[in-house]
Each structure stands twice: as structure tokens, then as C-alpha cells.
Design a protein around this ligand. Structure first.
Ligand code: HEC
Length: 142
């Protein structure tokens, strides 16, 4: 009985280790056009902007409801870094505290982005990893 519990413990530990590793480095390669590994540098222009264009700016360009409600304009690096009327949404180097990346996986006062995109309102995991890694790498205008 004791060995069983021990084996279970080891398996759980191994599983969570795998999950943690997957979170940071590996990618589902099927749609892996995006370079999102934390090892390769993410480019704002080539990697981040296309995601914002496809999934965010329908509501975050001047005159749209995301901008009217929050002031967050996602059509350029400068405007993204300005953030909302309440302040910055990107904290360079800290994707866990940046609202920009936090709202992609969890909610904040009931908000989750991109709003209403699909039933779960969730981006594909490789896009989330690209945005997170860009923030972690210092949120550069590269
Ligand atoms: C269907 C419309 C829509 C889409 C698509 C959308 N947003 Fe939003 N977003 C909004 C609205 C509306 C608000 C303002 C919500 C509020 O303040 O009540 C907002 C607010 C935000 C905020 C500020 C939240 C805060 O704490 O004040 C962030 C960050 C954000 N969006 C990021 C994104 C990102 C990143 C994407 C693309 C992955 C995205 N949004 C796509 C509508 C949208």
C-alpha cells in the first residue's frame, strides 16, 4: 500500500513537471508557423502584430468598442504600451502580471480577451505563448 502511494506521488510529480515544461518551451507543432519558443526571440512586428490584427483590433482600433470603453488601442506598439485610460497593460518581463497576457487565460472582473471570439473566448495556445514570451523577453519594439 505504501509503495502504491509513493508511486502515485512520483507519477503526479512527473506529470506536473511535464506540464510546467510544456508551458514554457514546447509547442504544438501542427500549426507552428509562429515562433513562440522562449528560446527564439519573438518579434513584435512579425509575430505579435499579426495576432493582434487577426484577433484584437476589430475591437481595439480607434472608434471601436474596446477603445471607447477602455482606451486600449492595439494598432501600434506605442499605443499598446500606453495601455488603457487606467494605465499600462504590459509590464515588460512580467507576463504573469501584465493584464495584456493575463486576460487571455483568466478573467479579471469578469473580463476575458478576446471577448466573444468563440465559445470559450480563448486564443489558440501557440498565440498565447507567443504573446507571453514577447512580454517575458522585455516587450521590445523589434
Ligand atoms: C469583441 C470585442 C473585443 C475583442 C475581439 C478584444 N477585446 Fe479587449 N476589450 C474589449 C472591450 C469592450 C474592453 C473594455 C472592457 C471594459 O472595460 O469593460 C476591452 C478591454 C481590454 C483590455 C483592458 C482590460 C482592463 O483591465 O481594463 C485588455 C488588456 C484587452 N482588452 C486586450 C485584448 C486583447 C489582447 C485582445 C486580442 C487577443 C482583445 N482584447 C480582443 C473588447 C474586445
Amino acid at each position: 500500500m505504501k509503495t502504491r502511494i509513493l508511486v502515485c506521488g512520483i507519477m503526479t510529480a512527473a506529470l506536473s513537471f511535464n506540464a510546467a515544461a510544456a508551458d514554457d518551451t514546447s509547442l504544438p507543432s501542427a500549426q507552428g508557423a509562429m515562433r513562440a519558443s522562449s528560446k527564439s526571440e519573438v518579434s513584435f512586428k512579425n509575430d505579435v502584430m499579426p495576432i493582434l490584427q487577426d484577433h484584437c483590433i476589430s475591437c481595439h482600433a480607434p472608434g471601436t468598442k474596446g477603445v471607447m470603453k477602455s482606451g486600449l488601442d492595439l494598432t501600434s506598439y506605442e499605443n499598446l504600451m500606453k495601455g488603457t485610460v487606467f494605465g499600462p497593460v504590459v509590464i515588460p518581463g512580467d507576463s504573469a502580471s501584465s493584464t495584456f497576457t493575463k486576460l487571455l487565460t483568466g478573467t479579471n472582473k469578469g473580463l476575458k480577451m478576446p471577448m466573444g471570439l468563440n465559445a470559450e473566448g480563448t486564443l489558440d495556445i501557440q498565440y498565447i505563448m507567443t504573446l507571453r514570451n514577447w512580454v517575458k523577453q522585455g516587450a521590445k519594439n523589434n
